[in-house]
Ligand binder design. Structure first.
Ligand code: DGT
Ligand code: CA
Ligand code: CA
Ligand code: ZN
Length: 597
């Protein structure tokens, strides 16, 4: 695990352990916040912390003296004394119990204090003998849910990549759209925000026939378990389906789906609430209170807060509730697109940020054909790109060191360049450019000699092997590739695979600065297994002014559809169309590519 990830996890665990031991709530929140900030950093935090200068750390937005000291301690000694003290007080099994979905620190603390629950096995025992029911607010229904959650945790656990969750969600959304009485259906939650991994899928429905919706949802094909079937909320566990098993996911893997039945009149308020993020929602509600209003899933109400009962139950009419836009407007905020709702500074915006959209993409600059490990011919790929309205496709098969991916030896690449240029003469309505996805070798040099690289119209340089290198080495390696005069784009810069491989952790700020200096674009690889650059990196690159390239890295015709996830990741990093070279018109893009020849 990288230092950064480890540090973020450590602070999060400390926050939970503080709460479990009855610690000061202010400190509980402070540690949780530090964890979030550390997780989002784009610098080599390990090097900074190892160097041991607290001033350099405190200079980072959101990091205070206390956090800085602990980061240094962690980097230099491998642990934090306060963490060790807390860990000595909280048995590891109690932390495992906290991992059961639906159990928060308050409940876990009660179970631990009152019933001596110090492990999942202990929890199972008090469920078995029924003594769990002696705890406050614990009914048969809740216990059933806890039981299911334990089974879920033991069988799979973890989060699902967005591409898989999206497929399952689409299936349920169409099913509900076709159910009688349905007025509208939409997915919300992290899926709508375009997060790289999804805890559970959230779907909203407004309907004239709630019973039909409940039945359709809970009895649909693939439903493995019904967790709840209430008036306003149903929860199920659904199989992900064997269509995904080729991605190495167990076909028995399940995903939880929450369906919320909401009023059509307050659709916007419900959508806003259940889209989250939770942190963004908290900030919105704080803002409403400051303005003498109350915001909840039923609407925005003028309400001084003197009556603790919810305003809708007092017969108050909301001043805004039909659309999200109306609520943002009433809160005196610009409309904030769902991918930006992460409490990463969006509340300070005074104007709408017009982020990149799917329809802005006009070129694919990273694609594979049967010449290496792709499934399409040049013609097939060009036809798909053209049908999408693209003006340019770059064919970039693998280079020689990627032997398992059918990488091309120099002679074969020369033939391939010729074949692509000939195909371009034949194919009308789109420009097909001869390129290569060239391996960045472990020492940072490229996989072909300079003359051959200069021959290529598009060079995407990507790391494929040696992905366990230390941050310093990784930074050096990528910097060298960026400085190579023939390189246009750095492909999937860290090489991570979501939920599967961490990849490189270079100092992203140095990488971004070098990319700007050498006029190189950094890729958002749209495949949902990669999404690399990740959202936080994109944000840093956008702020610094670097160029971004969003590509599908197509191997298969259906890979073109992944562009949606790349664009969402761009939006999560506040990327505008202007800064993404795939949106430029043909003249501008071709001119930029040639400027490196
Ligand atoms: P996930 O499922 O872990 O990928 O992330 P989300 O964001 O989809 O979270 P989820 O499914 O727990 O809840 C969906 C949205 O509902 C969430 O983004 C905001 C809202 N929400 C859920 N629980 C709470 C809560 O306890 N407080 C607040 N303020 N909002 C909540
Ligand atoms: Ca969710
Ligand atoms: Ca949920
Ligand atoms: Zn590729």
């Amino acid at each position: 695990m990288s230092f950064q990830k480890h540090a973020a996890a450590t602070f999060n665990t400390m926050s939970q352990m503080l709460e479990l031991t009855g610690g000061d709530l202010f400190r509980v929140a402070a540690h949780a916040k530090a964890s979030r900030i550390i997780k989002d950093l784009t610098i080599d935090i390990e090097a900074l912390a190892k160097a041991g200068d607290p001033k350099a750390l405190v200079a980072i937005d959101g990091i205070g003296k206390g956090t800085a000291g602990k980061l240094i301690e962690l980097a230099q000694t491998g642990t934090i004394a306060e963490y060790e003290e807390l860990a000595a007080k909280v048995p590891a099994g109690v932390m495992e119990v906290l991992g059961v979905q639906g159990l928060g620190p308050k409940t876990v603390k009660l179970m631990w204090d009152e019933k001596g629950v110090e492990s999942i096995d202990d929890l199972k025992k008090i469920i078995e003998d029924g003594s769990i029911l002696e705890l406050p607010r614990m009914g048969a229904k809740t216990v059933e849910n806890i039981k299911d959650s334990i089974a879920f945790l033991e069988s799979s656990g973890g989060r699902l990549q967005i591409g898989i969750a999206q497929q399952v969600a689409n299936r349920f959304v169409s099913l509900l759209e076709d159910t009688s009485g349905t007025i509208r259906v939409a997915f919300a939650g992290s899926l709508r925000r375009g997060k790289e991994s999804i805890g559970d899928v959230d779907i909203l429905i407004a309907t004239n026939d709630p019973d039909a919706a409940r039945e359709a949802f809970t009895a649909s094909e693939g439903v493995m378990q019904v967790l709840a079937k209430g008036d306003t909320k149903c929860s199920i566990r659904s199989a992900i389906g064997d269509s995904m098993s080729r991605w190495g996911k167990d076909e028995n893997a399940a995903v939880q789906i929450d369906l919320r039945i909401v009023d059509q009149q307050c659709w916007g308020a419900a959508l806003l609430y259940f889209t989250g993020s939770k942190e963004h929602g908290v900030r919105l509600r704080e803002r409403a209170i400051k303005m003498g209003m109350t915001l909840n899933e039923y609407g925005l109400f003028v309400d001084d807060g003197s009556d603790p009962s919810p305003p809708q139950s007092r017969g108050l009419d909301p001043m805004a509730c039909e659309t999200e836009a109306a609520i943002y407007l009433a809160l005196n905020l610009p409309y904030i697109d769902p991918p930006m709702r992460e409490d990463r500074g969006e509340m300070e915006l005074r104007d709408h940020v017009h982020v990149i959209e799917l329809s802005d993409i006009k070129a694919e600059l990273h694609s594979h054909t049967v010449a290496s490990d792709g499934k399409m011919t040049i013609e097939e790929s060009a036809a798909i790109a053209k049908a999408r309205g693209f003006h340019t496709l770059a064919v970039t098969d693998h280079s020689q060191s990627s032997a398992v991916a059918g990488g091309l030896k120099p002679d074969r690449l020369r033939e391939h360049i010729k074949a692509i240029r000939e195909a371009n003469e034949r194919i009308e309505g789109i420009t097909v450019l001869a390129g290569s996805e060239v391996d960045i070798l472990v020492d940072g040099s490229l996989d072909y000699d300079d003359d051959l690289l200069h021959e290529l119209s598009v060079v995407v340089a990507s790391p494929h092997a040696g992905l366990r290198a230390k941050p310093k080495q990784a930074t050096k390696r990528l910097l060298k590739a960026i400085a190579h005069p023939s390189v246009h784009i750095i492909g999937h810069p860290t090489g991570r695979l979501i939920e599967r491989r961490e990849g490189l952790s270079p100092d992203m700020n140095e990488i971004i600065a070098a990319a700007i200096e050498h006029n190189v674009a950094l890729e958002i690889n749209s495949h949902w297994m990669r999404l690399d650059l990740r959202d936080t990196h994109v944000r840093a690159a956008v702020e610094a002014g670097a160029l971004i390239s969003i590509n599908c890295d197509d191997h298969h015709p259906s890979d073109y559809d992944n562009i949606r996830f790349g664009v969402l990741t761009g939006q999560r990093g506040w990327l505008t169309a202007e800064q993404c070279i795939n949106t430029w018109d043909a003249d501008r893009l071709h001119g930029w590519l040639k400027s490196k020849r």
